[in-house]
Design a protein around this ligand. Structure first.
Ligand SMILES: [Zn+2]
Length: 153
């Protein structure tokens, strides 16, 4: 079995490219939380053309919607999404910072009403001092993306 080939090509799915080095693990964690059965391949600290480093994740058999792809912008604003079909890139786009995120994450505030009432979570995305924060619509608290360790069911 050619291991290299297995890492480098997927028949169909999504390649998340140009993830800032170090952020790949966070995206991996997020994707794993969202769906533990996803088949993922990750490359860390891959060299880029301009002597930098990047992370890259391949997700087999999964095509992200634009909304799903944009959630990744919380962790990697510069990421590009490559949609793969039959081993070829059929669509390529850059993730965009979403204005809000609905029903994805659980509010990190355990006293938030979203934990006792069955309402979908709702966060506004804010950027302050180069850091992305999510502000809960219900409890109005702001949180760094690193605090989002649970997804809402
Ligand atoms: Zn809240």
């Amino acid at each position: 079995m050619d291991k290299k080939l297995q890492v480098e090509a997927i028949e169909q799915g999504t390649v998340i490219d140009h993830i800032p080095a170090g952020q790949g693990i966070k995206i991996l964690r997020f994707l794993k939380l969202a769906d533990a059965s996803k088949r993922l391949t990750i490359g860390l600290n891959l060299p880029t053309k301009n002597d930098g480093a990047k992370d890259l994740i391949k997700v087999a058999d999964t095509i992200f919607s634009e909304e799903q792809a944009n959630q990744l912008a919380l962790f990697a604003p510069t990421a590009t999404i490559n949609v793969i079909e039959n081993y070829a890139v059929v669509r390529k786009f850059q993730v965009a910072q979403p204005k809000s995120i609905h029903g994805v994450f659980s509010c990190p505030n355990s006293n938030c009403i979203t934990h006792s009432e069955s309402v979908p979570s709702y966060f506004y995305v804010r950027q302050a001092h180069g850091q992305i924060k999510l502000k809960c619509h219900y409890c109005e608290k702001s949180f760094a993306t690193s605090l989002f360790t649970e997804l809402k069911d």
